[in-house]
Design a protein around this ligand. Sequence first.
Ligand code: M6R
Length: 615
Amino acid sequence: MCGIVAYTGQDQAAPFLLKGLATLEYRGYDSAGVEVMGADGALHGVKCAGKVKVLVDRCRTANLVGTCGIAHTRWATHGAPTETNAHPHRDCSGRIAVVHNGIVENFRELRAELEARGHAFESETDTEVIAHLVEEAWADAAGDLVAALRVATGHLQGSWAVACICADAPGQVAVARNGSPLVVASAGGAAYAASDITPLASVTSNVITLENGQFALLGPDGTVAVSDEAGAPVDEPSRVTIDWDASAATLGGFADFMAKEIAEQPEAIERLLAQHVGDGGVALDKLRLTNDELAAVDKVYLIACGTSYHVSLIARTMIQTWAKVPVVCDYASEFIYEQDVLVTDNTLCVIISQSGETADTLAAARRIRKMGAKVLAVTNVLGSTAERESDGVLYVQAGPEVCVASTKAYTAQMVACALFALRLAQANGALGLDEVRAHCADLALIPDKIREVLAREEQDRLAANAFREASSSLYLGRGVNSTTAYEGALKIKEISYLHAEAYPAGEMKHGPIALLEKGFPVVVVVPSDSVRDKTVSNIQECLARGASIIAVATDGDEKVAQLAKHVLWIPEMPDEMLVPIVAVVHLQILARYVALARGCDVDKPRNLAKSVTVE
Ligand code: M6R
């Protein structure tokens, strides 16, 4: 969702701001803009609907000379994605400009009040009220831009990360955070702010993550002064150290980030296992729960959205099978408003969120925490809100995931949840140490199994042909692999815009079977597991109606090979519960090939955002 970049220093601001926006593109957006404070004492801005590269082209002929500025990618919430609605937004004088990520829930009332006081609005956005509120506050702020922003945000309800410049406060950027992510940094005599650490990774490895209710003033000499809601200085703000190189967020020879991130899965899982598995079984030091607290857990809530929700479905099977603790999985957006939430004295909630910034997931976590449950975050982003607002964290260490469609975070999160399930089983005695070690040994085989699948990507490329004429498709699987089907269908929908329906294979005959006709593509996940024969029967039912079968099957399954038009082969697995972590890789690659064949931008699918920071 919306991305913010700000710079003040001695160099020209526009090059860093535009480069920063390009690194934030993965968050998802539909318009962009930049505003620079010129040496002539005025603000100069360029905005456009569409991509950052359009903005970059327009900036070539604009007078963007100046060493302080703000920039933004907008994911439309209030008002269409037009140039007028793109940020930055200015006040009536044109001397104050703001960019904003979040939603001002009371903007209608504020706008009516501001208009009644004579302010003229240009856009349909909620954000523009902030510029006009700062304008009013600036008049009494005695030159203190943060003070003006503090007064302005004091009128807002909702969520925001805001950066603000004022032509009458040369070289200064004031920023505020409440509910939407914002990081700031000082490096090499310049000061920076951004929605996440990716634009800053090229200049520093040390960033400050602002807490809700905090403000910062960035100065042209590189100073960053953090203060709280009351204006008191925050001497020791939260810091994170970026543990990956800026090159990790570049393509490095791959055609797109999706291809790169699919290929990175074996190493991501190896890193995770190396960090947490040892002679003593599984060690998860940042859970911040004692052995006794873990042993006492009698109910687990797994809460997440999208792909991370699919992780939770696999995690439920792992926790219930290994640790024998009952699990409830819930979509965060549903959990927030459910009336029937039952929290025991020893309920543990695990939120799963790649970005750690998903608004629904964070709201759900806050709710269950208020009800007395401890919250553990499984996340890929160090210093994310999910981590900071939880009692403990399991950091999945997959490295930056730039493609909007999650791939390596999905498989790494499943492995992280497997480690959590084993840790729980180790603590409550459901498994002995030898059994835990044996499961860890099975997990250790996964990276090489995925490498085998990656080496077979030609099978996926050919199978993509089965979708050439299709306007819809069906994904089927049983047991843990019904989830593989859900995730495969989500991937193809997200990046190729081809409709895909996912069902547990046995449910097909209760409705979706009506979709089938000659040539209709049906992807069936049918590994050689305890339910394989039942799934083969479902394949027969599809064939009887003329469907075209693309099967994900275990090496050597001749029967499936005879029935399917295309087979995506997976190697034998030691434990059927781990099959989803390997089988899904074929469905990721298949989705990518289908999307490429349909001319889609696989990394930046339409309408989607990488981190969904609004409810
Ligand atoms: O960052 P999160 O894991 O909380 O994100 C949740 C979903 O928005 C996300 O998984 C979404 O479904 C992805 N686009 C999946 O590829």
